[in-house]
Ligand binder design. Sequence first.
Ligand code: ADP
Length: 595
Amino acid sequence: MPLPVNPPATPATLSQNARTVLEKRYLVKDKSGKPVETPEDMFWRVATTIAEADRKYGATDKQIEKTANQFYELMTQRRFEPNSPTLMNAGRPLGQLSACFVLPVDDALSNGQSGIYDTLRSMALIHQSGGGTGFSFSRLRARGSMVRSTTGVASGPISFMQLYDASTDAVKQGGTRRGANMGILRVDHPDVMEFITSKEDLTKITNFNISVAITTKYMEALKAGTSYDLIDPATKKVVGQMDAKEVWDKMIEGAWRTGEPGVFFIDEANRYNPVPHLGAYEATNPCGEQPLLPYDVCNLGSINVGYYVNDGKMDWKSFAKDIHLSTKFLDNVIDANKYPLPEIDALSKRIRRIGLGVMGFADALIKLGIVYDSPEGVEFGRKVMEFVDVEGKKESARLAEERGAFPEWAQSIWGPDATCARDENGNRIRPELKLRNCNVTTVAPTGTISIIAGCSSGLEPLFAVAFMRNQAGVMMPDVNEDFVAIAKKEGWYSDALMERIAKTGSVIQPEVPEKWQKVFATANNIAPEWHIRMQAAFQEHCDSAISKTTNFSHAATQDDVRKIYELAYEMKCKGVTVYRDGSRDGQVLSTGATA
Ligand code: ADP
């Protein structure tokens, strides 16, 4: 018996901004570009497609319909949203539901599988389906090395990254969004300096974020003030040396100037690779929160934490219930997914990686009256993420009982003592836990889904209390409703005040009481150290990594950036992304102060 075609009668509680975004980019359209579904139809299309996956595990029509209704409510009440490709593609011919992929790039033009041009083709297929791709170019031989077959010289990783970049421009994703990539190069690759400066001219490589993969060995050299070895990826021989500080300075200068390169602490990430017997992490997805093996994929989803604060109190019971439901949703996505490559399909079913994270975290703090940049704020962050991780794992364990553990479980870091992966000292990395998913938690940026849910993004503080947002080419006003409600209730609201806040980008205004100046502190008013402290608190209880931008004021110096990079490493973050206000044109978000 098929599920009802029409969605349940309850409408989605969406803002006008959310409806505009959905209409522009997510809803199914006819040939003339007119939407042929409503947002409610879209959520029902997603809910039924994902609930259908239960059939494989013996669910009846009635049970499937019940689950579909639960998923529909979850999304339409804006308690949880899956990543964009799931909303766009579920129940449609393309059927590709994941946001993040990493593809290997071998040092050959073509070897029939993962040579430079083979992977270029795979990249195009993934972009066409709305996914983002990450690559390590570290296996490619350095510029100027010999090419034996032609006795020519190799053009090096950066030239091939430019090729991938140009191709990304050419393939516009399914008519909806332009492709996004992450390019990674190891710090011990001979071309590292060229890589670090490859985005100095921001008009050159426009579809890549870049990050340098930083090793522990390198960090030791930096600390000791010595040089370190550069290694030829083809021969594994030492081919030169660089002064660690000179390279560090160059990275910091770039980050200060343009926000790039970021850094990816690759050894720290690999320490928690759940399936080391299948390979090592070499790259991340485009926004950096998800390290992946070659041909690995992750589907993300985020819970709206602010939803669970009512009358100044966090409703942990409902939060737990929804974490369970969302975890099951993401596990089902793996089965409902149509993957663009057979290698990806095979690996995803062997390790069943999912990434559940949060959004609306800043909203939750505001509703609780807690200051983001305070010990209580960071403590609440740690508690929220620990809760998501513990409850998410409980559900993954329940699913393992019902449907079986992920097939590579025994040799993973979660496996039984006799067979599990151990660290170099023979110690367990994680406690034994029979899970359905090798990875359960990841904190995504939630760039678009937070607009759909009408909440603050990821774990970020508010960007501004009133601002204009460039979304899919449309400038949309965004005013924080909690702020307006409090201002009206306490009697200090005025249109003139809101205008001033939008213009200056600051809530530090004479009529705003000091308490609210602190609670509504925005990204640029929060000291960089607190951004990192919050990131590190979330990282403590997150399997993968955290998408977080550490904001600096325009006046920040390179030394300010350096301190933050070093603090992030000390606090065991898996990466750092910084952004100095006004350092790039065409920011997606802009306050009056910098626009
Ligand atoms: P969304 O809110 O649209 O679901 P996020 O902003 O949370 O997406 O980003 C999650 C991941 O989705 C990113 O790390 C990246 O892998 C992928 N992604 C984001 N934007 C794009 C894009 N324009 N093209 C391809 N992939 C993207």
